[in-house]
Design a protein around this ligand. Structure first.
Ligand code: UDX
Length: 441
């Protein structure tokens, strides 16, 4: 099947490569010439495990091309909208300018019967508005949210937990004939994962748009719940990691996404819960999502608490102290620094007078572009040279596996802050370190 993918960022580039891998003939379109040039050469424009290999594999088939010209999307049976929906400047609402621009640029090239499948995370109601703008073309707009996690994006796209189709419905809630046709087209697009038994939820467009933000809100809630428990643990001398293990054995709760620490960041969770609150307000149901404000506050408090903890181990002041921050990406296996808790804490400490050196295996370039005033080092040992305190902020495997004795040889003072609760306190203390963490004695 001929497929176009509009927007080749973290979502679109992976989606395009995976669609080609599934056997489709794919054109990826992006306005960013640098991104398109890299992808044309088979290079991933960002760090995502498995993507370079996949790009190489599909390049050999000739089924994957990239272009900056929207006209090259013409003739595709399905057009996936994969552009970003960042937080609007100065407010909680999602900025839909990229979605609107992509859709209107695509409109002149649409033919009757084409399927336009929205993948971007949007406020509920956006699909209906876009559908109205496309009506004259005879194309059908469906919502087909994407749930991929950065770091596992290829795996999540080729072997998704579930597929969701949001189809147009009539006034009685019945899928329209055009919607049924679009469903058949999507079934063909996803024939391989469907044949492998991937669960499929077919619903209306409003539900499909809500599914994505509901899922991300639930995940954010789970993380903030355990971080709230960490605050209780700090007040009582309890250990949040053991608490999470113990409650996680209950299958109704589950241990995943119960890792306390610096909290959630990235290009999705923080802005999605805020956009969801803003949309609820517009719909007159802001009370329903009042709790998300608390989820956001708990999350942001962790960053403040971490700076306080650094101050405590530096005997009351971080002014003039050398701090090594291990990690800049918002999570391991990613070079994404959007709303990264690690960088946010590093920048706060720098602003409060500390001399901060940040390291990361993949994200230094992106981090430097965002915070040019911070110092950067290539390795943990270089970053930790003469440090008064070392903060593990992103749990990359090489930081989890650090040898306390090796690190001790380069620092000024043996003080480590475990921002992700991944180190063994007994091991570090036995090596003479002051070990502190969020929610652990
Ligand atoms: C998320 C959703 O998981 C994904 O389904 C959706 O499509 C996009 O948003 P992603 O942003 O890639 O994916 O990262 P995720 O793995 O969800 O982690 C988000 C943040 O939560 C990270 O900063 C991570 O460090 C933090 N986190 C995660 C915790 O603090 N504790 C946990 O237990 C899990």
């Amino acid at each position: 099947m001929k497929v176009s993918v509009i927007g080749c960022g973290y979502l679109g580039a992976v989606h395009a490569a995976c669609m080609a891998r599934l056997g489709h003939e794919v054109v990826g379109i992006d306005v960013d010439e640098r991104k398109v040039a890299a992808l044309r050469e088979g290079r991933a424009p960002f760090y995502e495990p498995g993507l370079p290999e996949l790009l190489e594999e599909v390049a050999a088939t000739g089924r994957l091309t990239f272009s900056t010209e929207m006209a090259d999307a013409a003739g595709a049976a399905v057009h996936f909208i994969c552009v970003g929906t960042p937080q609007s400047h100065g407010e909680f609402r999602a900025d839909l300018s990229y979605v609107d621009a992509a859709t209107s640029a695509l409109t002149p090239f649409l033919q009757a019967g084409d399927v336009v499948a929205g993948k971007s995370t949007v406020p509920v109601g956006t699909a209906e508005r876009l559908a109205a703008s496309l009506e004259a073309t005879g194309a059908t707009l469906v919502w087909n949210p994407e749930f991929l996690r950065e770091g596992f994006a290829v795996q999540d796209t080729l072997h998704p937990d579930r597929l969701v189709y949001g189809l147009p419905t009539d006034d009685d809630g019945v899928t329209t004939p055009a919607g049924e046709k679009a469903r058949a087209v999507l079934d063909e697009v996803y024939a391989t994962p469907l044949a492998a038994g991937t669960p499929l939820v077919v619903t209306d467009r409003a539900t499909a748009q809500l599914v994505k933000v509901a899922a991300n809100s639930f995940l954010a809630t789970k993380i903030s719940f355990i971080n709230a428990m960490a605050e209780l643990c700090e007040a009582t001398g309890a250990d949040v990691t053991r608490l999470a293990d113990a409650i996680g054995y209950d299958p109704r709760i589950g241990r995943r996404f119960l890792n306390a620490g610096l909290g959630f960041g990235g290009g999705c969770l923080p802005k999605d819960i805020r956009a969801f609150m803003a949309r609820a307000g517009e719909l007159g149901v802001s009370d329903a999502l009042g709790f998300l404000r608390e989820i956001d506050s708990i999350n942001m408090r962790r960053r403040v608490r971490m700076v306080d903890l650094a101050r405590e181990v530096c005997h009351g002041s971080i002014v003039g102290r050398r701090v090594a921050v291990l990690g800049a990406a918002f999570k391991p296996d990613s070079d994404d620094v959007r709303d990264s808790p690690a960088l946010s804490v590093a920048a706060q400490m720098q602003l409060q007078g500390a001399h901060v050196t940040v390291t990361d295996p993949k994200a230094i370039e992106n981090a430097r572009a965002k915070w040019p005033d911070l110092r950067f080092a290539a390795t943990a040992l270089e970053a930790a040279e003469e440090a008064d305190v070392v903060l593990l902020a992103t749990e990359w495997p090489e930081y989890r596996d650090l040898d306390p004795d090796e690190l001790a040889a380069v620092v000024n003072r043996k003080a480590i802050l475990d921002g992700r609760n991944v180190l063994d306190p007994a091991r570090w203390r036995a090596a003479g370190w002051t070990y502190r963490a969020l929610g652990r004695p």
